[in-house]
Unconditional design. Structure first.
Length: 95
């Protein structure tokens, strides 16, 4: 996904409470894309599972996700695997 695609997806995620599962695995979103997803998760009230396997993001994206998780009360599972998050970047996610 690139540029406008991720922006449009995030706009939809922000207002769609019917969508329960979102699989973005292997989309190479990077930190910028994950930050946009995190912003959408801050206001989404429907998603229960988000898969971010192998989307090639690092500490900046992890911090954005951690902030989103503090606000999102409906997300039950977040799959993070094969990322570039360093140990210091993962600390906010496990709080």
């Amino acid at each position: 996904m690139i540029g406008n695609d991720i922006k449009k997806l995030c706009q939809s995620i922000s207002t769609n409470y019917y969508l329960k599962v979102l699989n973005l695995g292997m989309n190479k979103l990077g930190d910028n894309g994950v930050q946009q997803i995190a912003n959408a998760l801050k206001v989404n009230t429907g998603l229960h599972f988000v898969d971010l396997f192998d989307v090639e993001f690092a500490d900046e994206g992890a911090l954005a996700l951690a902030e989103a998780l503090l606000l999102n009360k409906t997300l039950l599972n977040l799959r993070l695997a094969n990322t570039r998050i360093k140990p210091t970047g993962s600390a906010p996610l496990v709080k």
